[in-house]
Write a protein that binds this ligand. Structure first.
Ligand code: ADP
Length: 367
């Protein structure tokens, strides 16, 4: 009798064991989910889950405090709570921001926020960070650099003036002449660094610029003429190819500095007798500015860092050609104003192309 019932008992025992295991697994998952939720709730950054209709699906306490959310807001559009143009553009991929979008808080102008969106499936995870402290530190850094550069300007002008006067003296003892030459060279270099730092600070500080129509044909002809003067000791052949009359809206002075920097670099970093092409042409997305040289080129590992302040591939060569190491940083910041970035293609020993595409939103036909 006992023997006959054994398989049945075993089967029900197994079933029971399986059920217990399932129960345990479910309990574990529920516990973990609870933990994740409470961790997300405890986060000081606002976390919001958005559905495929941009509606609010889930949020944590920080999001509730920041956006003044209530449970009745479930399903409401995120744009009813964050009505900031930069956010809208970022959300709809109109601006490329790998690092999220930074903006002033719409409720408290002294607070700065960073929104970062991560799509997964049809939904999106939005994280909003309070970056006020970072923003203040960044502001302190900018102010410090601007103040130091400004303070150095007057002493440098006085030094340069006296050095020039002394160097002009015919009866200066020979043993001093070399010393004076070096002092004059180094003071001029310091002056270039200070001027570039001041220019960078101005570009960074001025958030809004007066926008003017920029006649690109005129501006590029000007850049080309200046470059020809600089080119005299290098003897390159410079070509200017303008294939469109389209211009840009922006600040002419800054754009002139940026494009000149790219052209002067092409001249500096190309062995004598090279070929340099400066071009402005229409593309499907807007207009493209490019400078191509057949110079020394750049090894791939340096390319990503070239726009950092004072980054040089070969600091000896940069200094010898009068470089400050700030040229490409200036270019990067000027291009920000046009919502575009610097593209660098280069092959060591063969040459480089530095280019930027200005979208149709920034270009325009002559008035
Ligand atoms: P610098 O004043 O040293 O020229 P930049 O910021 O203008 O500073 O450029 C940074 C570095 O990028 C340069 O030191 C140089 O090594 C490299 N570089 C820039 N343009 C070119 C180019 N056309 N060809 C090769 N290297 C370049």
């Amino acid at each position: 009798m006992l023997k006959k019932n054994a398989p049945q008992n075993n089967a029900s025992k197994n079933k029971e064991q399986q059920e217990n295991q399932n129960q345990l697994a479910l309990q574990n998952s529920t516990d973990q989910l609870k933990k994740i939720r409470s961790a997300l709730r405890a986060l000081r950054d606002a976390v919001i889950l958005l559905n495929d209709d941009d509606g609010l699906e889930w949020w944590n306490q920080a999001a509730e405090d920041l956006l003044l959310l209530q449970s009745a807001d479930h399903g409401e559009s995120i744009f009813d709570f964050i009505n900031v143009p930069e956010f809208r553009q970022y959300y709809h991929n109109k601006i490329t921001a790998n690092d999220g979008v930074h903006m002033k808080s719409w409720r408290d102008p002294n607070r700065y926020l960073k929104c970062e969106l991560t799509p997964f499936g049809d939904e999106k995870l939005l994280i909003i960070y309070d970056v006020t402290r970072l923003q203040h530190l960044e502001q302190m850094r900018r102010d410090f650099v601007a103040n130091v550069s400004h303070e150095l300007r007057t002493p440098l002008t006085v030094l340069m003036g006296y050095l020039e006067n002394f160097s002009d003296q015919e009866d200066m003892p020979r043993q001093w002449r070399r010393g004076f030459e070096l002092m004059t060279q180094q003071t001029a270099r310091m002056n270039r660094v200070v001027n570039d730092l001041l220019l960078l600070s101005r570009i960074e500080i001025e958030e809004t610029h007066e926008l003017h129509y920029i006649d690109m044909t005129k501006l590029l002809t000007h850049v080309y003429d200046d470059a020809q003067a600089y080119n005299q000791e290098y003897g390159h052949t410079l070509h200017l190819q303008i294939d469109t009359y389209d211009g840009l809206y922006g600040s002419e002075m800054y754009l002139n500095s940026a494009l000149s920097n790219l052209v002067i670099n092409a001249i500096k970093y190309t062995p004598k007798g090279g070929n340099i092409i400066i071009s402005w042409a229409k593309t499907t997305d807007g207009c493209r500015f490019a400078v191509t040289d057949n110079g020394i080129g750049i090894a791939p590992e340096h390319i990503a860092r070239l726009t950092e302040r004072f980054y040089r591939v070969d600091s000896g060569r940069s200094r010898a050609t009068g470089g400050t190491g700030l040229g490409l940083a200036i270019v990067k910041h000027v291009l920000y104003q046009y919502d575009t970035t610097l593209q660098i293609e280069s092959s060591e020993g063969r040459g480089s192309t530095f280019s930027a595409i200005f979208s149709t939103a920034k270009t325009c036909s002559p008035p």
